[in-house]
Each structure stands twice: as C-alpha cells, then as structure tokens.
Design a binder for this molecule. Sequence first.
Ligand code: ADP
Length: 598
Amino acid sequence: MARNRYFEDEELTYRFNGSSLKKSWQFIKPHRKVLFAFAAIMLGMSFVALVPPMLNRYIIDYVITKEGVAGMTFVQAAILFISAWGAIGITDVVYTFFRTFFMSKTGHTIVGELRRDTFIKLQRMAFDYYDTRPAGKILVRVTNYLNELADIFSSAVVNLIVETAKVALILLWLYILDWRLALVVTAAIVPMGVCVFFLRKVLSKRHRAVRNKISNRTAYVAENIQGTPVTKAYNRRARNVEIYGELNDKANRGWLRVVHFNELMFPTLDGFFYIGLLAVYGVAVFFATSAAGMGGLTIGKLISFITYMGMFSGPLNNIANVTQQLTAATTNLERVFEVGETPPSICDAPDAVTLPTVDGHVTFEDVTFAYEKGVNILEHFNLDVPEGKMIALVGPTGAGKSTVVNLLSRFYDVQSGRVLIDGYDVAKVNLHSLRTQVGVMMQDSFVFSGTILENIRYARPEATEAECIAAAKAVHADEFIARLPAGYNTPTRENGAGLSSGEKQLLSFARVMLCDPKILILDEATSSIDTETEEKIQKALDVVLQGRTSFVVAHRLSTIRKADCILYIADKGIAEAGTHAQLMEQKGRYYRLVTGEH
Ligand code: ADP
C-alpha cells in the first residue's frame, strides 16, 4: 500500500454503524448506573422547574396583596412560599454542582478507558500499519479525536435520553388534551425528523472531510518535528510555513463548512414548529367554523394546548444540539474505532506454540516476499545457517538485505515459503517467544527518554542494576557511561539527543547483551565515527556476536571479514555466497564492491 502522506486524505475503512453503538456501549456499560441515575434526576428536575412560575403567582396574588391563602396569614404564606423558593434554589445549586462533577468525571473516565484500549491496539499493530500512514495521523486519533468525546459519553447521551423522554411526555399530554390537534402536531414532527436525518448525513460527510484536513495538518507538524535538523540545514523555514499555512487554511475552511451547515439545524426545527403551530390554529378555526363544531375543544383547552406545544421547542432544540454533537462525535469515533477494527497483520496464529529455547539454526525455505503486492523483493530465497554462525549481508542499497532479517523476526509475513528456526516455522510460534530469542539492533539505535540504566534494561525491566552494569562492561559501554555526570542514572532525552552516535550504538549493544538472545540481527550503522570509538564498537561487536547465530547487514570491511559466510544480496536473491577469501578469489560482484572496480 502506498504511504498515505500529509497532502493526501486518508481513506477511511470503517464507518459508524450498529456494531459501533454496541462497541460504545461496552465502554459506557460500567458507568451506566451513574448515567441512568442522572438521567432520572434530570427528568425529575425538569418537573421541579415547573414549580417557580406557580410560586411567583402565589406570591403576587396572596402575599403582595396581603390577602393570605388557605387559612394562612400573608406573613405565613410569605414564609412558606419564599422558603419553597429557597429550597428549590438550594436543590438546583447542589444538583448542578454534582451533575457537572459526576458527568465530566464519568465522561473523562470513559474516554480514558477508550484511549488506553486504542493505545493497546496500536502497540499490537505490525510494521505495515505504521508503514502506510504518517505518525501524525495516528497520533491525532489518540489525542484530538478522543479529547472531543468526553461530553458525548456523559452529558450528550443522558441529554438525548432525557430530552426524548420530555418530547414523548409532552406529545402524550397533547394527545390527552385533544387527539385531533395532536395528530396535526405529529404530522409536522415526522417530516422534521426526516429533515434532521438528512441534515445529519450531510453534516457527517463534512465532518469526515474536516477530520482528514486536521489529520493532514497534524501529520505535517509531526513530520516537521522529526525532520528539524534537515529543515534547519536546508533553510526550509519559509517554505514550510507556507505549506503549513495551506494545510491550516484547508482545515479552517472545512470547519466553516461544518459550522455553516450546523446552523441550518435550528431554523429547520423552528420552521417545522411554526408550521405545526399554524396548522393547529388552522384546524381549530376549521372546527370553529364547520358544522360539526369544536367537538369538546374549549378555548381554555386550545390555549393550554398551544402553551404545551410551546414547551416542545426547548427539548427539540436540545435534541438538535445533541444531534450536532453526536454527528461530530461519530466521525471522531470512526477514526478511533478504526484502529481497533484493523486486525494486526502479524499476530499469533490460533494454534501458535511457544518457541522453546533454541540453538539458533536458521533456514529460509523457498521464500518469496513483497511489501507491495506484485513487487517481489525476494524470490525463491533459500538459505541454511547452522547455529552459532555469523552471516554478513552485503550488496547494493535496496537489494533486500534488511528485508531478509525483517522476515526472521517476523516483522512481516512471507508471501510463500517458510522461515524456520530450529525447524519451527516463525509464522506458527507465538510472537513473544520468538522475539525474546531474536535480538534486533537497528541502524539508528533508538534511545528512549529516561535514564541510561532504564535504556539498558528496556527489554528486560526485571533485570537488576548489577546485571545492567555487567552488560555495559562487557561491551565496553561502561567507560563512556562512567564519564557522564550521573553515570548510569544520567537522564536521556527522546531519541538520544545529547549522546553521540557511537555512544548510542554502545548503549544498544549493552541492551542486547542483557537480553542474551540466541539469534542476533544487526543492521550496522553507516554513519562514520572516530577511530577510537570505532575500535570500541568492533571490540563490543566481538563480544556481542560470540555464541550466537548472527545476521549482520554489514557496511564495514572489518565487520564483513569476521563473517563465517558473506551473502551478496542482489536480483531478489543471493547472487554470491562464501567467505571473504573465497569471494575475493571469485572476482565477482563482491570483489568489485570491495575493490571499487567496475
Ligand atoms: P537494503 O537493506 O538492501 O538496502 P531493503 O531490504 O531495506 O534494502 O529494501 C528492499 C526494497 O524494499 C527496496 O526497494 C525498498 O524500497 C523496499 N522497501 C523496504 N522497506 C519497505 C516498506 N516498509 N514498504 C515498502 N517497500 C519497502
């Protein structure tokens, strides 16, 4: 799959559907009691809200006039009504506080759980997932898109339940008052629902479009941070600002398209409300003037019918609001859930067995492999490496040297053929047991933020300090570590900023020594280092390679010469194989590589 870049919109492979609702419910379920309790309280409070107008009326009619009511003097009535007002006020303040507190707590807890779940899924993804999209587009899913969901999982869902219940209650009440007029109201509500449905559909589309633009913008920022040294070295500041400006404009324009369309929701609801109102008046006039007469519809009933109809607009507007929020949220959730719904391309087979402690006998059996369908990198590749041997892989850039070793760790699956360790097919053993026995040292040894010690024990967190120091001593990393201000406890920055490339390599030698894998893959760094460090690295290499089967993507002659067998990788396979002496004698491609002759 082509890498989806910052200037290309992502193609979403997942759409919000019934099963997404089920999935959302899984996260809401543990908190359902709090949410339902608040839904019930909110419903109760909407009835309490009906009381103050009544109290006002009593205060005006019986207290201000000094008349008193129901055998009470006006002073007693004043105390009663004003206390009632006070009680309602206190209830409202306490309720609002707890509602805000519990709702946002619940919303953020649910989002926290979803975030954790998404992170776990991302950790399980194989290399191809990261190969096919920029880091920023992944990052934005666990940050922005999730941040915007807290309200949805708490207040929006509750509001939707409460407001829908209110609408249903009012409608029921309208049917009790006069079913004929209520039918007229229903006739206006149905097309309103249809309109809202279609508005929502268009809105979803626009939300999706804006998400793409936000992803593109984030991808560009992330790429720029990673590429800072190059940006600076090549004076790209002005051009980069220009590109960012374009991406930013596109995202903002997308937002405006959402906002403009969002605004249609409320006038639509209001429009249908007025159509309903006019229709009710029309029908009432028709009744009044027809021969059949009003049929039990008194003026008082008509007025109270219209008053109750007026009470529709509050909940309907709230529903419109929630609909807007939910539309935005579902397009966010699509991107979050897509991560979970994308099965990792590399995972344990259902019948995977644990790879027992291996001796390190590696076989490639008629392996054909392609990153992208139809573009084979290796074809019918065969190789047999007895335990404990060192293999050096050399050849032109892009020939497939790193690919060979990637298949051994099962970073990718072969298209056909098998990769075997001690006779076990790597595709059929569990990944954990495989990767604890195949150590990998990448070209740019990644250093994590933490301390030197934490970096050494990265793959074996349970290792003691003494074990870490012993590993560092074995590969001569101890010398440079001892010179650091706080020795093993010296803080390290992300990507090893502050350490030289040689020091980073020594650190990763120590890391791999601590893990003591039976098979070692080493992508030798190409960057040149000073002779003194080079010597140390060569010494460290001797220690690290001892007693293991090793595959070294080698760039230095000093390393290549150490190999038991050198493989010259070219033309989708092994072009030449043998020791340094044999291949030099052969005077083939390896010979030309070493001597520089053409
Ligand atoms: P070498 O290590 O010999 O320089 P690689 O094994 O890294 O070569 O790459 C072999 C070929 O596969 C190259 O053409 C490279 O562009 C391609 N390739 C490497 N990694 C990927 C990937 N993740 N996705 C697609 N193509 C890739």
